[in-house]
Design a protein around this ligand. Structure first.
Ligand code: TYD
Length: 234
């Protein structure tokens, strides 16, 4: 079964890996080539999911436990899938999403210690058959990523002049971030057809070139403009 002719690409990895810059560069390159592109992010991406984003990233849900947080991430994902991602794919758009289900597998599943059947059940409900065609994993030593995030937080925001606060997940210990890095690499090793690992310590233009060639190859295997396979078999 297929959602439509769009291609669904997700971007994953630890903190400070440079995903958002690369998503912007890729979107520009694809648009210049005349392709329809939608960029979006999680948690968020739809009005309902954006309303949940602050609850999750501020740490407001943390006292209620990882299970509660995992359900909230899944609720946000479900809304995002049904309101934004599925309709865009049905119209033949290339959807570039900053984080998706692999973040829940890693942050809530592996480092949140939630049992796999619980995570799998939430995932099934949340994505409702909309599986990424291609996932690009930005790999970086956790110490380097955290250093980037902390430097960014110490630099006042250009518009407001305020310092940016670290979010609930960025504040966690280095060894937790290292476990996440390993968990993303494990996911990539288990699903090499979907997942591509990028060295996020490389030069930005070299990373941009690699990302573009991965996505062009994915477009090619979907029939040149993303035909097919965004809907997983149920
Ligand atoms: P954000 O500032 O949007 O993104 P990034 O770190 O990608 O620049 O923060 C999102 C945070 O939420 C990030 O620390 C990862 C976490 N997260 C989860 O724990 N589970 C999830 O399912 C998703 C989508 C994100």
């Amino acid at each position: 079964m297929t959602v439509g002719s769009g291609l669904f690409v997700t971007f994953e990895g630890g903190e400070g890996a440079g995903k958002s810059t690369q998503i912007r560069l890729l979107a520009d390159a694809l648009r210049q080539a005349g392709r329809p592109v939608l960029t979006t992010r999680e948690p968020g991406g739809s009005p309902g999911a954006e309303a949940t984003r602050h609850v999750l990233l501020s740490g407001a849900a943390q006292p209620f436990g990882t299970r509660m947080e995992a359900i909230l991430f899944a609720a946000a994902r479900s809304d995002h899938v049904e309101e934004v991602i599925r309709p865009a794919l049905a119209q033949g758009t290339i959807v570039l999403c900053d984080r998706f289900l692999d973040s829940s597998r890693v942050y809530q599943g592996v480092t949140g210690n939630l049992e796999p059947p619980f995570i799998e059940a939430l995932e099934r409900v949340a994505i409702n058959g909309v599986m990424p065609d291609c996932t690009i994993i930005f790999d970086l030593p956790a110490s380097v990523g955290l250093e980037r995030v902390r430097r960014r937080a110490a630099t006042p925001d250009a518009q407001t002049g305020e310092e940016v606060e670290l979010d609930r997940f960025e504040k966690e210990e280095l060894d937790t971030h290292e476990k996440r890095r390993e968990a993303f690499l494990d996911i990539a090793a288990a699903d090499p057809r979907r997942c591509h690992v990028i060295d996020a310590a490389a030069q930005p233009d070299a990373i941009a070139a690699s990302v573009l060639s991965i996505v062009e190859a994915a477009l090619e295997s979907h029939g040149g403009n993303g035909h097919g396979g965004s809907e997983a078999a149920q």
